[in-house]
Design a protein around this ligand. Structure first.
Ligand code: ZN
Length: 246
């Protein structure tokens, strides 16, 4: 269903392109939030280093889940499924989410990088249940991210953050050769041992996301006082919590 102008009912327009299983997932989220999902266009500028500039995004607003598409053109069902799985965790399962206390764009970027990494460990494997093989997408994305890591002049914090988080999600690419290449890069920049320990602790803490987040903040030197957790409950976005002790 190709369309280049804004559809009159974006939610219905999107749902008409989704298989029944994804519609079931979306409707369960809507029942929990007691509101229809909001489908709109992304307004953020495309970053020149974004390996997937056409990818949709999502976030949770006071009224519930928002899915942002890049255009009203062709929709990738796989990409929309991915965003629905993010929203299922935040809205239907009320999984805690890390946010900065300040509204600084740079801090939001850091906490959303951390969130994406942790959430991807849980949701990417679920894409198979919807008929997709996520590995090729992540293989290409990670190759581009690691090339970037070497080429760009990151500060010490950003380098460590990207190295630790990137190594943690690397198994999603299911690529032994890439794993070996990345281990070599980490060894060269002096982070291999720390990254191995970080990844194994992240996997161990996976059932307890709040503790996982506390561990990430401690490892990256993010002060507990600068961040908080928020959880979605219907008519209570967002309930705020302090970070637990790690
Ligand atoms: Zn994602």
């Amino acid at each position: 269903m190709k369309q280049n102008s804004t559809p009159s009912k974006p939610r219905d327009w999107l749902f008409a392109q989704l298989p029944d299983k994804q519609i079931g997932l979306a409707e369960a989220i809507e029942r929990k939030q007691r509101n229809p999902l909001n489908i709109c266009l992304r307004e953020d500028a495309i970053s020149p280093t974004d390996p997937n500039p056409d990818a949709p995004a999502c976030y949770v607003s006071r009224n519930g889940g928002v899915i942002q598409l890049r255009s009203w053109g062709d929709v990738s069902v796989n990409a929309v499924t991915h965003e629905l799985l993010h929203l299922e965790r935040y809205i239907e399962n009320s999984i805690p989410q890390l946010t900065p206390k300040s509204s600084s764009e740079e801090r939001w970027k850091i906490t959303s990088d951390i969130e994406n990494t942790l959430e991807h460990l849980s949701i990417v494997p679920l894409e198979r249940e919807y008929g997709f093989d996520p590995a090729p997408y992540w293989r290409a994305t990670f190759k581009s991210n690691w090339d970037n890591l070497l080429e760009r002049d990151f500060n010490e914090f950003a380098l460590k953050k990207n190295a630790m988080l990137g190594y943690t999600t690397l198994p999603l690419a299911e690529d032994a050769q890439l794993e070996a290449q990345v281990s070599k890069i980490l060894d060269e920049i002096g982070f291999l041992e720390e990254a191995v320990e970080f990844r194994s602790k992240m996997n161990r803490l996976k059932p307890e996301k709040a503790k996982q987040l506390a561990y990430v903040c401690k490892s990256l030197g993010i002060s507990r006082g600068d961040v908080e957790l928020q959880r979605y409950f219907p008519q209570n976005w967002a309930k705020k919590y302090p970070l637990p002790n790690s």
